[in-house]
Write a protein that binds this ligand. Structure first.
Ligand SMILES: [Fe+2]
Ligand SMILES: [Fe+2]
Length: 178
């Protein structure tokens, strides 16, 4: 009996999450400084989508690719890690620290979206190509299942939960300050 081709594919999942994030940044960029609630909600959605995605890539996917990759592949993975770090530790905190009613927020959010798009586009071109060459369709399907299970697990949910709590504290502080 012929084995059915696995339908799941981690690269498709990651790419569609990139597209969701790109769409959220398009919406953020279209907001005015008066759209305080919309901006906060869109930023919350960006974090909820980005953090588990990036965390899983860093902890599971990049190391697995790095293990099998040649020197150029390892270099591409090193670039991807550093781009994550720059976004998570520099750009994203800058956006979160700015007042959603300000042009500073609009500017910082635009840079956030641009950096993310740059990283995602490069990842789709380089890292995904590597993964396609290094892993079988079966393995890519297994990664997809593992990613889905991890996102639903306590560890995956904690990545979003921690940010949600911080966001709630911040918006409460903002309400009190008004
Ligand atoms: Fe990434
Ligand atoms: Fe990604």
């Amino acid at each position: 009996m012929a084995t059915a081709t696995p339908k799941r594919d981690i690269l498709k999942t990651l790419r569609s999450e990139h597209d969701e994030l790109r769409g959220l940044f398009e919406q953020i960029n279209a907001t005015t400084d008066r759209a305080v609630k919309t901006r906060a909600e869109l930023l919350r959605k960006v974090e909820a989508g980005l953090l588990p995605h990036a965390n899983w890539e860093e902890e599971v996917f990049y190391p697995a690719i790095g293990e099998r990759a040649d020197r150029d592949g390892k270099k591409a993975i090193a670039e991807a890690y550093l781009e994550h770090h720059a976004i998570e530790s520099v750009v994203m905190p800058e956006v979160k620290a700015s007042d959603t009613a300000s042009p500073e927020f609009a500017g910082a959010a635009k840079v956030f979206g641009e950096q993310l798009d740059h990283h995602a586009t490069e990842e789709e071109g380089t890292v995904f190509k590597l993964a396609r060459a290094l892993f079988s369709a079966e393995e890519l399907a297994q990664f997809d299942q593992q990613y889905q299970d991890w996102k639903a697990s306590a560890a995956g949910l904690a990545r979003v939960g921690a940010e949600k709590v911080k966001g709630a504290v911040k918006s409460t502080a903002r309400t009190l300050a008004q």
